[in-house]
Design a binder for this molecule. Sequence first.
Ligand code: RB5
Length: 146
Amino acid sequence: MKTIVIGSDHGGFHLKQACIKALGEWGYEVLDQGPDCLDSCDYPVYAAKVVDLVKADDAKLGVLICGTGQGMTMTANRLGVRAALCTNEYHARMAREHNDARVLCLGERVTGLGVALGILKAFLETGFGGERHQRRIDLIDSLAKK
Ligand code: RB5
């Protein structure tokens, strides 16, 4: 069974709960890194929890949700995983197939529930294409080290 690590801030809390429910129904194991209530909180804290677990296990994928998705995306990429902010299913498929994104970022305040769940499903059901895409991903890391 595939394990999905998920986290949000207060701005993404309701969508996180809906994603957890859907993921369970689709047969995934879910590791919820919080928060567990709607109190105002800081998105980098939860991004770091999810990134740590995703980086530690190649088999895991992550989902991070805030109000816009921007703060989660910036934080996760800075912390060293490829994270993609997706607003439609094509974004999600390409983020996996071309970019081998390990973390999906969503914005609860910009993406409706039905669309968000479609994006989540597309992200999880699409594999990495390899070949030329692997070369390009390797370039990201080698250029970042300069
Ligand atoms: C919180 O108000 C909001 O700034 C946060 O959820 C996110 O959108 C940041 O990028």
